[in-house]
Design a protein around this ligand. Structure first.
Ligand SMILES: [Zn+2]
Ligand SMILES: [Zn+2]
Length: 350
């Protein structure tokens, strides 16, 4: 069964997941990278069959939507439209990148039950990430966000974190943890079991990580038990906690997606390596095709547990040397987007 391997891949994620050290190698690379830093929440031109990709070939064959045409060309959809990329992986490997698929488009604009793709949304095969270079400039597709990605949730968490930062010195580690836990719980979607925030002895470069086996987000204990944090440290803590909690929501969406396909609760839990209680909750809250939650769940399922799990494992096992690929994983691109938005909202909150 594929799920055994996927569990292994998932476990390795917990070790590699999210080096959020400000100024660290990974973060610094990110700050200097331009392509993947383009604004993610702004509306972007709709991508279609034959629109040019960064690997300098028009996206094809697709086939694209049979019934949604934009500027005369079929709309490009996540998961089911395929770009056959003939570019060789890299010398000395003559094999082409092969089939490239976009796994993350607009989470709130769906075409034929799939996310609509836009300029800068990323096709991925065996080569480097291949964003659409262009789209239909007169037809822009936005993404208002769902769940933790909704502006209301992001702003509420940022406001709560600002209040917590002002009161930080008067609280002990347990109280700091409880205050952040309460702020997060207020933003979780209906039906999703709350993630437990815990204080953990993590490496200095790891501020936090999702441990989905215990349905918890672990925070580096040195942040919680130390004294005052700087403004930058608080901003990074806000980003980290929100990023990891969004991962939790993604895993929840994947469980909901399985539930919609008729997978029983105990199988959902064992397939994903998540607690039985989360599988049971997902079975009671399925996310069918045609919903944002279902579309996200399908993408995460495919990336983490499905046909992309081997590729993902390779990327995560050497994330420093595959940083673009790491950032382009659908669950990472989405989590970074929400974490960055929370950080920005925190900085903008007086
Ligand atoms: Zn390619
Ligand atoms: Zn992440």
């Amino acid at each position: 069964m594929r799920s055994r391997t996927a569990d292994g891949a998932a476990a390795s994620l917990r070790r590699v997941e999210c080096d959020h050290l400000p100024g660290g190698i990974v973060t610094r690379y990110y700050r200097n990278a331009s392509r993947l830093r383009a604004p993610k929440t702004m509306p972007k031109p709709a991508a279609r069959v034959l629109d040019l990709t960064t690997h300098l070939a028009p996206a094809m064959p697709g086939t694209g939507s049979p019934n949604v045409f934009i500027g005369g060309q079929p709309a490009w959809r996540t998961m089911i439209d395929i770009h056959t990329c003939a570019i060789p992986i890299a010398p000395p490997f003559p094999a082409p990148h092969g089939p490239e698929i976009c796994y993350l488009g607009s989470t709130t604009v769906l075409v034929n039950f799939q996310m609509a793709c836009r300029m800068l949304d990323i096709l991925q095969g065996l080569g480097p990430p291949n964003p659409f270079m262009i789209g239909m400039v007169t037809v822009e597709i936005g993404d208002i966000g769902f769940g933790l990605a909704s502006p209301a949730s992001i702003n509420a968490f940022a406001t709560a974190m600002r209040a917590i930062s002002k009161n930080w010195g008067a609280m002990n580690a347990a109280q700091r943890l409880a205050a952040m836990q309460a702020a997060l719980n207020a933003s979780l979607p209906p039906g999703m079991p709350a993630l437990t925030l815990t204080s953990s002895a993590l490496p200095a470069t790891t501020w936090g990580q999702l441990d989905f086996a215990t349905w918890s987000v672990q925070i580096n204990q040195s942040l919680l038990s130390g004294g005052a944090l700087t403004e930058d440290q608080f901003a990074n803590l806000t980003m980290t906690v929100y990023h990891e909690t969004r991962h939790g929501e993604q895993w929840w969406n994947a469980a909901q997606h399985q539930a919609a396909n008729g997978t029983p609760a105990n199988r959902i839990a064992s397939n994903m390596g998540i607690p039985q209680s989360v599988g049971t909750a997902a079975a009671a809250n399925p996310a069918p095709r045609g919903t944002s939650q279902g579309a996200m769940g399908e993408a995460v399922q495919e990336s983490v547990y499905g046909s992309r799990s081997g590729y993902r494992n390779d990327v995560l096992n050497d994330a420093t040397n595959h940083y673009d690929q790491y950032r382009a994983l659908p669950e990472e691109e989405d989590a970074w987007r929400q974490g960055d938005a929370a950080e920005q909202a925190f900085r903008n909150t007086p």
